[in-house]
Design a protein around this ligand. Structure first.
Ligand SMILES: NC(=O)c1ccc[n+]([C@@H]2O[C@H](COP(=O)([O-])OP(=O)(O)OC[C@H]3O[C@@H](n4cnc5c(N)ncnc54)[C@H](OP(=O)(O)O)[C@@H]3O)[C@@H](O)[C@H]2O)c1
Length: 336
């Protein structure tokens, strides 16, 4: 008998999460109801925002319930369908999360266009993270030719797309990331004008040298001391899309840093938080443009594909030690 292996939330971490916060369970294979499909998981997305959902408390999405499957971006293949729009063999993406099989309403599954690019891109550069880069940078950052754009978390899924879109817009682009391998990748492979290793360099000094004309757009993926250093260099009229604060997600106590309001005030700067789901009605526009750039090789992407469903929790934890260049994914199975 086929069972459905699942990963559930076993406890709520205080500080850095560990493997003990997840538990593997075996459930019976679910039966699709009318209007649903049974899907076999091929790839799973692991994302920093999932850390926030492990906590209790109010946020823009509800916390993961204890002892329930961790939901998140997923790619799979239809095994059985009770909806006329889907047939066995179709490749689909959805949000069923960390389990080997799932049933879902057809309306909650998107067919993957396999002509555009490899299917994994629907979780990365042509999916949630690429769209986050696209709308956050263009809608809030509004980069203009000749401006200086700084992006933190630059070698990650969102950051590497941000930097390349900023280059397409004619900007000077500086990336900040956490290893020399990432720095080399950004400057040698992706065409960033400069990249700085925040773990080994004197960041305020290195940034001042790399940004002699100041900073017009700061795309903030990490927060904390990295962002303090960038914000001290912003120009009049700077725009700061506030995308993520990963350096703060595992702190046990709230962090108090420099208070930035004066800096924003005297520079008449805009700092704006955004959540990508709010752009859902414009996703087709974003995917169409990103796909053009990807097929035209103006945007390149990297994926760090961890093999095996059993390694999903570790692949998630590795985001916080920066193991990944590009989108962190887990490969669960090959398509049939
Ligand atoms: N607003 C939205 O709708 C939205 C959507 C998607 C993602 N996000 C946010 O965007 C950010 C990037 O997400 P992603 O999916 O592209 O992840 P990612 O950048 O591919 O992976 C996370 C990276 O964060 C860096 N990092 C980890 N701990 C850090 C720390 N303490 N200080 C500085 N950097 C640290 C690591 O790279 P290094 O080696 O460089 O440290 C790691 O590789 C996250 O903050 C995420 O929460 C927001």
């Amino acid at each position: 008998m086929i069972t459905n292996r699942q990963i559930v939330l076993a406890g709520r971490p205080k500080g850095m999460p560990g493997l003990e916060h997840f538990r593997f369970v075996d459930a019976p294979l679910p039966e699709p109801a009318l209007g649903q499909a049974l899907v076999r998981t091929l790839y799973l997305s692991v994302d920093p925002y999932m850390r926030g959902r492990m906590n209790e408390g109010k946020s823009y999405v509800p916390p993961y319930p204890l002892n329930e499957v961790i939901s998140g971006g997923s790619i799979g293949q239809v095994v059985e369908s009770k909806h006329e729009g889907l047939k066995p063999g179709d490749l689909v993406s959805g949000q069923w999360g960390w389990q080997q099989y799932a049933t879902a309403n057809a309306a909650r599954l998107s067919k993957i266009d396999t002509n555009l690019a490899p299917i994994t891109t629907s979780l990365g550069v042509l999916g949630m993270t690429g769209l986050t880069a696209y709308f956050g940078l263009l809608d809030i950052g509004k980069p203009q030719p000749g401006e200086t754009v700084v992006v933190s978390g630059a070698a990650g899924a969102v950051g590497m797309v941000v930097g390349q879109i900023a280059k397409i817009q004619g900007c000077r682009v500086i990336g900040i990331a956490g290893s020399d391998e990432k720095i080399a990748y950004l400057t040698e492979e992706l065409g960033f004008d400069a990249a700085l290793n925040y773990k080994t360099e004197d960041l305020p000094k290195a940034l001042a040298e790399s940004c002699p004309l100041g900073v017009d757009v700061y795309f903030d993926n990490v927060g904390g001391a990295v962002s303090d250093a960038v914000l001290s260099l912003i120009n009049t009229g700077a725009r700061i899309p506030l995308c993520g604060q990963i350096s703060l997600y595992n702190l046990k106590e709230p962090d108090v840093g420099p208070r930035v309001q004066t800096q924003l005030l005297i520079n008449k700067a805009l700092m704006k938080g955004f959540i990508i789901g709010d752009y859902a009605s414009r996703f087709p526009e974003g995917i169409t443009q990103l796909a053009k750039w990807v097929t035209g090789k103006q945007i390149r992407y990297a994926e760090n594909v961890v093999q095996g469903f059993e390694n999903t929790p570790q692949a998630f934890l590795d985001l916080f030690s920066g193991e990944n260049i590009g989108k962190q994914l887990v490969k669960v199975a090959d398509p049939e």
